[in-house]
Design a protein around this ligand. Structure first.
Ligand code: NAP
Length: 334
């Protein structure tokens, strides 16, 4: 394959890989990993959470494993499995068409099924971990199979074992979710969803109706990567101590803060960036999205380094004003 990664990352930035391989079966994956003796090659899903800041002196394997199935778990619940290379959003729509509930708030998140557990994707008050049952992965060094249950994955806020102790050690090939087949529990707690349904009769609301609302809300403020290069939220929402929260509130009483179970607080990173007047700010073709400050966009010909420099400028400005260090959600390569 041509070794330009431009069409394999949602930022649409150019970078050369040593080679690009398409991996369509688990045997192809095992052969690919066995040839990677230095364990440096990159396995990529849809490239929706990466930033290439230069050429990659190693191979890239595009994981294209396909397939989905379900089986009953109980009268109320069902186990639904999808291969890693399935598109996340198409998978969510399929579960809803089958009448299963649970993933509706996670509709329209770009990326593949296999990448979803790695950062425990989340949106509108639901995280992947809330419905995760298990995943099957291949050990990169031994090519042996291992099954992880939810506890093994040590899920946290946009975090999991696959970003920590097991970083680069496994390739997830299949993910299983436990979803409801009746008596669905809908989560409409987040303000945008609450507002969407306010004044409407929600008694007969189906999970698919919630997904439709989520898609409309997302489309109204988030850029479509097929039109404007981006990788969704560029930074994580920082978690700060209760003590720091008090000092922040003294200076910024209107700061949007969300209490966490362990006594810490989550601050909306987009709000911090917006306060600095950076919404719509651009450095060449690297820009802060004009409707959502947490999203960085490629207006046309930005390079990975242009976007990295813009991110550094934002981090520095946020730190100077608020004393908070933003952490990237996007992973940089090489
Ligand atoms: P928003 O409504 O402008 O809110 C800003 C931030 O405040 C969100 O990121 C959210 O944190 C937090 N928040 C809002 N209401 C909350 C509540 N009731 N309880 C706890 N935290 C609350 O957010 P937005 O940018 O439009 O995004 C809406 C949802 O889609 C969010 O959940 C966001 O994470 C998700 N999203 C994710 C990505 C991605 O690339 N990862 C991209 C776009 C949107 P949380 O992020 O912790 O939910």
């Amino acid at each position: 394959m041509n070794s330009d990664l431009k069409s394999h990352n949602t930022f649409g930035v150019s970078a050369q890989a040593r080679a690009i391989h398409s991996i369509r079966t688990e045997s192809e994956l095992i052969a690919f990993l066995a040839a990677d003796t230095s364990n440096t090659d990159l396995i990529l899903g849809q490239g929706s959470n990466v930033l290439f800041t230069g050429d990659l002196p190693y191979r890239v394997g595009l994981l294209k494993l396909k397939g989905r199935r379900f089986k009953a778990f109980s009268e109320e619940e069902v186990l639904v499995t999808a291969a890693a290379g399935e598109s996340w959003h198409d998978f969510v729509l399929w579960t809803l068409e089958e009448g299963f509930g649970g993933l509706e708030n996670l509709a329209l998140i770009p990326g593949s099924v296999g990448a979803a557990p790695i950062q425990n994707i989340g949106a509108y008050g639901v995280e992947l971990k809330d419905h995760f049952y298990s995943c099957r992965a291949i050990d990169r060094s031994t090519q042996e199979e291992k099954v992880f249950n939810a506890e093994d994955c040590a899920f946290g806020y946009r975090n999991s074992i696959f970003k920590n102790e097991c970083k680069n050690q496994f390739v997830i090939v299949e993910v299983t979710f436990k979803l409801s087949q009746r008596n669905h529990t809908l989560n409409l707690n987040y303000a945008p969803l609450k507002n969407w349904f306010s004044g409407k009769n929600i008694e007969k609301l189906r999970p698919a109706d919630v997904a439709e609302a989520v898609c409309s809300i997302r489309r109204s403020k988030l850029p479509d990567p097929s039109i404007l290069g981006n990788a969704g939220s560029f930074f994580k929402n920082p978690i700060i101590t209760a003590e720091f929260t008090q000092s922040l509130l003294k200076k910024f009483p209107e700061a949007p803060l969300y209490p966490q179970a362990n006594g810490t607080f989550k601050v909306a990173a987009g709000w911090l960036i917006d306060q600095l007047g950076l919404k719509g700010y651009r450095q060449g073709d690297a820009a802060v999205h004009d409707k959502q400050a947490l999203v960085l966009v490629n207006l046309g010909s930005a390079s990975g380094n242009d976007l990295k420099n813009l991110a550094q400028h934002i981090k520095k400005s946020v730190n100077e004003t608020f004393g908070i260090t933003l952490e990237e959600e996007v992973t940089f390569y090489p």
